[in-house]
Design a protein around this ligand. Structure first.
Ligand SMILES: [Zn+2]
Length: 136
């Protein structure tokens, strides 16, 4: 087995500008994220009809909410969870690097970012979204 082979559950690339590993249905063209191999949730085509599709980690903020209580010891509340509608179609729910009181607005541009976390001594990499820097 090659060490370079990515497991099918890998969510994103390791690049500085992360791409999300979505799937596309060959039968109907439906694009979705996160990836799964059971079958198309839109037309019901079997899993072998789903092909990898790289999605740009960019989109618009569709909704957000502040989490005040969280059972995880590694995640200090409050923090903000948002839904980002990717330019490539799917909507992704993720933790945002900005807090709600930092002036988040519906419709503003967001970018995927990979954050190193330390959960009970185990290092992990998580997909989050941050406000896109606006060029002036
Ligand atoms: Zn389909």
């Amino acid at each position: 087995m090659s060490e370079n082979a990515s497991p099918p559950t890998e969510l994103f690339s390791a690049a500085a500008e992360p791409e999300l590993n979505g799937r596309r249905c060959r039968a109907c063209g439906y694009v979705f994220f996160p990836p799964q191999s059971y079958g198309c949730e839109y037309c019901g085509a079997p899993g072998d009809q789903l092909e990898p599709k790289a999605l740009r980690g960019a989109g618009a903020l569709a909704s957000f909410a502040t989490v005040h209580l969280h059972q995880g010891k590694d995640m200090e509340a409050p923090f903000t969870v948002g839904v980002i509608v990717l330019d490539d179609g799917p909507a992704v729910r993720a933790i945002l690097t900005q807090r709600t009181d930092e002036g988040l607005k519906i419709g503003e541009r967001m970018r995927a970012v990979i954050v190193e976390t330390n959960s009970e001594g185990a290092r992990a990499r998580e997909l989050r979204f941050r406000r896109e820097e606006t060029a002036r």
